[in-house]
Design a protein around this ligand. Structure first.
Ligand SMILES: Cc1cc2nc3c(=O)[nH]c(=O)nc-3n(C[C@H](O)[C@H](O)[C@H](O)COP(=O)(O)OP(=O)(O)OC[C@H]3O[C@@H](n4cnc5c(N)ncnc54)[C@H](O)[C@@H]3O)c2cc1C
Length: 386
């Protein structure tokens, strides 16, 4: 496929990989390309978001605006959301009603929360994706916890016993403690234990730690129905809630199904090892929204980060000629759960470590990542409020 002399490259979504490309926009515009990033808003970083929820960081620390990254290289950020694609005309449809033409296109649009049978229009429900929901949740908690001195205890139900659900429950309990408010946090999962896929011993230790901090854990309770204020779960439980948090796993956005592109078995845009769509060689993808042929990658930010330089190389190779290179994902990834009380739980394969050192490491990795993105220094070290 030929690429014109002033090729239009459109990046959809300000995810981890596209932010890397935005930082290196000059590599594209220097070759005469026109580079546009379509994003409905700033990037919110999941790594520090639970720390924001726990009251350890200000929300501003967690947000990156892509426009200033693109501007020096004459790249553009366009505040909009992609809603459709006409591949024969090489045109994207946008939520604003406008359209945008491309010669090369890349998707890095993240993921959404896997479905829970939930009625439309319920108030105070917070799926943990998009990440800015955690910032809204923190605001709601701050208000409610301030108000509830001496008043009925705030009932928070977190659905999902994976890393995200456990981390969120721990951080909500930590925020309540910091604010001196009363919250009863219940962690509900259909699984027989927490942290499926991670070592048993880590899950046991974490369950003990959550319980000691007042979090109630209900196992083997699939959610049957949710109505305003009540979750019906498992074999007949009725759980009242004031705030409901959904952390039931990540899956590629459902709207990808309408793009007329091949999807993988887990609903992501199917790409080959060069990150190119299996159905259209002008289209690429990275991060949570892809299914990499022959691989079953966890939906973790770090995979998008590692794929970014390969995506950059391969898009540049399309402009100036040359071979594409392959993305070889790491076999294991380190994840660290922020437990909100100054400690973290680090998990990597069979290894796990809970304590202050784990959180220190997470804080260092995450602030260094954000500082690099913004092109500055990591800034002040972790601030753990009392
Ligand atoms: C609470 C929580 C904590 C987590 N902690 C970690 C962690 O510590 N380490 C880790 O590796 N992973 C973590 N994850 C997983 C991580 O958040 C995801 O894997 C990661 O965000 C995926 O990155 P991405 O680059 O694919 O997309 P994202 O970072 O999600 O970015 C996608 C972007 O696309 C934009 N977008 C979406 N739809 C459209 C559209 N139609 N048009 C234009 N733009 C669009 C969105 O606004 C967003 O900015 C966590 C997840 C959660 C929920």
């Amino acid at each position: 496929v030929s690429v014109p002399s002033r090729p239009r490259i459109v990046l959809v979504g300000a995810g981890h990989a596209h932010l890397h490309l935005a930082r290196h926009a000059a590599a594209f515009t220097g070759l005469g390309a026109d580079l546009t990033l379509v994003t409905p808003g700033p990037f919110w970083y999941s790594g520090l978001a639970t720390g924001v929820l726990a009251g350890m960081y200000d929300a501003g620390l967690d947000r990156v605006d892509p426009a200033p990254l693109l501007l020096p290289a004459a790249g553009r950020a366009r505040l909009d959301r992609v809603t459709g694609l006409d591949r024969s005309a090489r045109r994207l449809r946008l939520a604003s009603g406008a359209s945008l033409e491309y010669d090369l296109l890349s998707f890095n649009v993240g993921s959404e929360i896997a479905g829970v049978p939930i009625q439309e229009g319920l108030q105070r429900v917070f799926p943990v994706k998009p990440i800015e929901n955690l910032v809204r949740l923190r605001r709601d908690l701050d208000r409610s916890l301030q108000r509830n001195g001496g008043r009925p205890t705030l009932r928070v139900v977190v659905v999902g016993g994976g890393a995200t659900g456990c981390e969120t429950a721990a951080c909500i309990a930590a925020l309540a403690r910091r604010r001196g408010g009363e919250a009863r946090v219940t962690l509900l999962t259909r699984g027989e234990r927490l942290l499926a896929g991670h070592p048993q011993a880590a899950a046991r230790g974490l369950a003990g730690c959550l319980r000691r901090r007042g979090v109630e854990i209900l196992l083997s309770r699939p959610v049957v129905r949710v109505t305003q204020g009540v979750v019906l779960a498992g074999p007949g439980d009725r759980l009242p809630w004031d705030l409901l948090v959904l952390a039931t796993g990540l899956r590629p956005p459902g709207w990808l199904q309408g793009l007329d592109l091949p999807l993988g078995p887990r609903g992501g845009l199917l790409v080959d090892a060069t990150l190119r769509s299996a159905g259209d060689d002008r289209i690429y993808g990275a991060g949570d929204c892809i299914d990499l042929e022959g691989r079953d990658l966890p939906r973790l930010g770090v995979y998008g980060v590692r794929a970014a330089p390969i995506l950059q190389r391969n898009l540049l190779a399309r402009l100036r000629g040359g071979p594409a290179i392959s993305y070889r994902p790491q076999r294991r990834a380190l994840i660290v759960l922020n437990l909100g009380d100054g400690t973290g739980l680090a998990l990597r394969g069979r290894l796990h470590w809970r304590g202050r050192l784990s959180l220190w490491l997470k804080d260092w990795i995450d602030r260094r990542f954000l500082a690099r993105l913004r092109g500055g220094a990591p800034g002040a070290p972790i601030r753990t409020a009392p």
